[in-house]
Design a protein around this ligand. Structure first.
Ligand SMILES: NC(=O)c1ccc[n+]([C@@H]2O[C@H](COP(=O)([O-])OP(=O)(O)OC[C@H]3O[C@@H](n4cnc5c(N)ncnc54)[C@H](O)[C@@H]3O)[C@@H](O)[C@H]2O)c1
Length: 250
């Protein structure tokens, strides 16, 4: 018996990286998973890997209609959404803060932060009606111990870390748990942009030296944390800002 048997889970940005790891582990643990990504080809690939427990959707999380569409689909087909993982996110290139233009600033905040506002509007009423639910947000160590060159990205992640705790206190009476996972750097789609340097062994070593455990974060690290937080074993855990970071934020 899996830890998420018969649960309905929506994982945004699950066409690659951490989200892909989360979607696959959730399915292994018995959940039906909506693989929601702006890149439909990537979402289709992940859903095909998973098999019949997954369905791919093209969703731009900065578009309210897209979010409503995917949640309405779950409502119509399953009558519920048990778990939402707000994972989709982007960064600007690691560079001096004044070099990031306004359009990029707005993209970052629309995709990383406003998407959670849209998702909350779509799922919280449903979760209230069904008697509870779980929301897992993917923040970052960037919102706890910021690195230079990523100021506006760091700010968006700080917002996610904080809004998660605020949602948790407000929604606890409705049995809706909200937690935030804070990964340290991982070798995913956004790796080179976040480093702001070419992906060479020397540049990797510079960043690894800032992580006490001596390695980057892997999708399996984040998936394991996201599984625990979504499972009934974490029934009494809400509002936790959980670094999965090999000690980076100490
Ligand atoms: N990789 C890291 O170093 C790191 C560290 C801390 C936190 N994070 C966070 O982890 C999350 C996942 O990122 P990742 O590292 O797996 O990177 P990634 O680039 O591999 O994955 C991000 C996924 O989100 C999708 N996406 C982008 N914009 C979208 C949109 N508007 N709507 C829907 N989907 C969209 C992409 O297509 C991609 O599949 C992000 O929120 C990121 O900020 C990453």
């Amino acid at each position: 018996m899996g830890q998420l048997e018969n649960k309905i889970a929506v994982v945004t940005g699950s066409g690659s990286g951490f989200g892909e790891g989360i979607a696959k582990l959730y399915a292994e643990e018995g959940a039906r998973v909506i693989v929601a990504d702006i890149n439909l080809e990537a979402a289709n690939r992940v859903a095909a890997d998973i098999g019949s427990a997954a369905r791919a959707f093209k969703v731009d999380v900065s578009n309210r209609n897209d979010i409503n569409h995917v949640v309405n689909h779950c409502k119509d087909e399953f009558g519920r959404v048990d778990i939402v993982v707000n994972n989709a996110g982007i960064t600007h290139k690691n560079q001096p803060m004044l070099d990031v233009d306004e359009a990029m600033f707005e993209r970052i905040f629309n995709i990383n932060v406003k998407s959670i506002y849209y998702m909350a509007h779509a799922v919280v009423p449903l979760m209230r009606d069904q008697g509870g639910g779980v929301i897992v947000n993917i923040g970052s160590t960037a919102g706890i111990r910021p690195r230079p060159g990523l100021t506006w990205y760091n700010a968006s992640k700080g917002a996610i870390n904080l809004l998660s705790k605020s949602m948790a206190v407000e929604l606890a009476p409705d049995k809706i748990r909200v937690n935030v996972i804070c990964p340290v750097m991982g070798v995913t789609g956004m790796f080179e942009l976040a480093m702001g340097l070419p992906d060479t062994p020397e540049n990797r070593a510079r960043f690894i030296s800032s992580i006490p455990s001596g390695r980057f974060c892997q999708p399996s690290d984040i998936a394991a944390a996201a599984l625990f937080l979504a499972s009934d074993a974490a029934e009494f855990i809400t509002g936790v800002e959980l670094p999965v970071d090999g000690g980076r934020t100490i």
